[in-house]
Design a protein. Structure first.
Ligand code: RI2
Length: 313
């Protein structure tokens, strides 16, 4: 239990972050937790697994990769605890392997849209987006990247570090400079925390203003997103919840206390309408955002009936 709570806390505090990463870590934790459960009573085992699943899902409300990963593992079967444990191990290992392959495949597919000499703007820190940039560079394309700081958590610093290690020339800019530099940009590549049935993309706060600036300047926007980032529940018309994080990420508590009339708003994500997105690059192909529904139905295998009966995510 302690280790499970520890992992949940690390996801909540963003010590472990990134939509794909938290999905893989949740799958790993559920697998390891299941193996540690001591009981031989299947009912008790199932109850404990359900509790663990809910705890992991509750850590971050926006990245749909998290409930999708948990759901993929909670489909386990078995007539005994031993069988259930074996099945969970298989499902979790399969999910993690597929997820790692998906990020690599997105790099291969997305890099074909990058031309030699392109300057590419990116936002926040997305493993899937960086996979495209790194693959293009590895193919011998001489690219440059403009990366935003991504206030308030500075994920842009992770991006410049990772790009620096690959050898790609990168400029770091403040978030409010995206429109100023858009004239120098050939292509925008960003990640996603969730994609809805109508093709809207939920990603780090600032994504939608960057996409708007790109749209105004007629520059293409590619979103790199594995299929498990598509939201089955959006088929029911549900909106994806936007996580509101602590004010202390924006201003220290002590400083805020000096004001009588000031409050802080700190949404972690925003919604980019599909009109501002040219392509969503998934591991099963580069699709127009209008095709998001097909991914949910054909590749995630969800129908409205399944979603209603599961009651998760
Ligand atoms: P990958 C991150 O969320 C960013 O919004 C990033 O674009 C998205 O997850 C996808 O990341 P946060 O955890 O899965 O920093 O592509 O809030 O790495």
């Amino acid at each position: 239990m302690k280790q499970l709570e520890n992992t949940a806390q690390k996801i909540k505090s963003m010590e472990i972050r990134g939509a794909g990463k938290i999905a893989r870590v949740a799958a790993t934790e559920l697998r390891d937790f299941s193996q540690r459960v001591g009981t031989v009573q299947l009912e008790e085992f199932n109850r404990k697994m359900k509790h663990a699943a809910q705890l992991l899902i509750s850590t971050r409300p926006t990245a749909v990769s998290l409930p999708n990963a948990v759901r993929a593992i909670m489909r386990y079967e078995g007539d005994s605890v031993a069988e259930a444990k074996a099945n969970i191990r298989k499902l979790a290992d399969g999910f993690i392997r597929n997820s790692e392959n998906a990020v690599r495949k997105i790099g291969e597919i997305g890099s074909r849209r990058v031309r030699d000499g392109d300057t590419i703007m990116t936002h926040c820190n997305s493993a899937a987006a960086i996979s495209i940039l790194a693959a293009a560079y590895k193919d011998g394309k001489n690219i440059k990247v403009i990366a935003t700081e991504s206030r308030p958590r500075w994920q842009g610093h992770l991006t410049i570090k990772q790009l620096d290690e690959t050898g790609i020339k990168t400029s770091l800019i403040v978030d409010s400079a995206v429109r100023y530099f858009m004239k120098d940009v050939d292509l925008v590549v960003m990640g996603a925390d969730a994609v809805t049935a109508n093709g809207s993309v939920i990603n780090k706060i600032g994504t939608s203003q960057l996409a708007l600036a790109a749209h105004e300047a007629r520059k293409n926007v590619i979103i790199a997103a594995e299929t498990y980032k598509f939201s089955p529940r959006s088929l029911l018309g549900e909106l994806v919840e936007i996580e509101e994080r602590s004010s202390s990420e924006v201003i220290p508590d002590e400083k805020l206390k000096e004001f009588k009339n000031v409050s802080v708003k700190n949404p972690a994500f925003d919604v980019t309408p599909r009109e501002y997105i040219d392509l969503i690059c998934t591991e099963v192909g580069a699709i127009p955002p209008e095709m998001a529904y097909i991914i949910i139905k054909d590749y995630l295998g969800w129908s409205i009936g399944d979603i209603n009966s599961e009651g998760m995510g």
